[in-house]
Design a protein around this ligand. Structure first.
Ligand code: SIN
Length: 339
């Protein structure tokens, strides 16, 4: 398969190893490379800090934080599925006070660029969270999680309705001192309409996509596997859905920066998202099997670009939208029909 890449490990402090410029800009903010963690898969980074220097990534995206500490949904709340994973964590977390006292300073001390994901159960709560984050050292951007599928009431999935999605973004935008990215759900009829609503409300960028609502049933116990019954599906199984969402939204709003995510395991997977129109990517579920996955993806992406004769990430962002008429499929030349 042409997807196989040979990884070349290079020192973290070399600005353009192999002559490849991996840097990217989102809403005017510079990132040395386009590979971020995905919210929810590495808490506030300490777990991954034992495997690699968290400042090596473009950014660390923290687990969605709420105003109050929260224990989440009952167990079992994770399940393996074909090429994927279901979770029904229910936004477990320490609450904003502990996060500001312990977690954000830990990331700032290590020089990580931090995207703080926030989640609330009302518009007002989102606004208060943004207010608490204002001016905090180490805060680079806010990701507004309006798309968690594991809430008590589907009405709380603000991203499923353009008006509620926009209301949340307006409240956060008003209170925030840094760029605001809205994280959207693929579980909607028209993700472009939701994107338009949040961008009009002031979001500087979009995170695409959160998990898809799914469920699994234990055929021996004859009941749902997850105690919460339903959960969010992530992993390679959702990658084509995520790539489609990024592609559609980039086609509609080419100037709005997108962080793409959904089943990224390799540098080539990351490249697929960039080609669809993402300016950065988040690696999530892959870290459960390989905690080094995000830094490995940085190295593999560099190699994948070099192999394709590309010298800069900026040159591939949205490139799959160009000239569909000149598309040449990969693979051997077709064999002439001898007849
Ligand atoms: C959860 O904590 O339930 C997952 C959060 C999310 O998918 O947004």
């Amino acid at each position: 398969m042409s997807d196989m890449v040979t990884t070349v490990h290079v020192p973290a402090n070399d600005p353009a190893p192999l002559g490849i410029d991996l840097s990217t800009r989102l809403a005017g903010v510079y990132f040395p490379n386009p590979v971020f963690t995905a919210s929810g898969c590495a808490a506030a980074g300490q777990e991954l800090g034992q495997f690699f220097d968290v400042a090596r990534l473009g950014a660390m995206v923290t687990k969605s934080i709420m105003l109050e500490p929260r224990s989440g949904r009952p167990t079992p709340r994770m399940a393996e599925t074909p090429s994927g994973m279901l979770n029904s964590i229910g936004l477990q977390g320490p609450g904003i006070d502990a996060f500001l006292q312990r977690d954000l300073p830990w990331l700032a001390e290590r020089g990580a660029r931090t995207v703080v994901s926030i989640a609330g159960s009302s518009v007002e709560e989102y606004g208060r969270l943004a207010q608490r984050l204002r001016g905090r050292p180490g805060l680079t951007m806010i990701e507004v999680n309006i798309s968690c599928p594991n809430v008590e009431d589907r009405g709380q999935v603000f991203a499923c309705n353009p008006r509620t999605a926009a209301d949340v973004v307006t409240a956060v935008r008003r209170a925030s001192s840094v760029p605001v990215f809205a994280k959207l759900s693929p579980d909607v009829t028209d993700i472009v309409a939701i994107a338009e609503a949040v961008v009009t409300a002031g979001a500087e960028g979009l995170s695409l996509i959160n998990t898809l609502l799914g469920m699994a049933i234990d055929t021996h116990a004859m009941r749902p596997v997850l105690a919460g019954v339903t959960g969010g599906l992530s992993g390679p199984a959702i990658r084509p859905v995520a790539v489609r969402c990024v592609y559609q939204v980039h086609a509609a709003f080419p100037d709005v920066p997108i962080i793409g995510m959904g089943g990224i395991r390799t540098g080539v997977d990351a490249l697929e998202f960039l080609l669809a129109g993402a300016s950065a990517v988040s690696v999530g579920t892959a870290v459960f099997g390989d905690p080094h996955a995000p830094v490995r993806v940085v190295d593999e992406l560099r190699t994948a670009l070099a192999e394709r004769g590309v010298t800069s990430v900026a040159d591939v962002i949205g490139r799959a939208h160009r000239d569909p008429a000149t598309y040449v499929p990969e693979g051997p030349d077709p064999v002439e029909d001898p007849a």
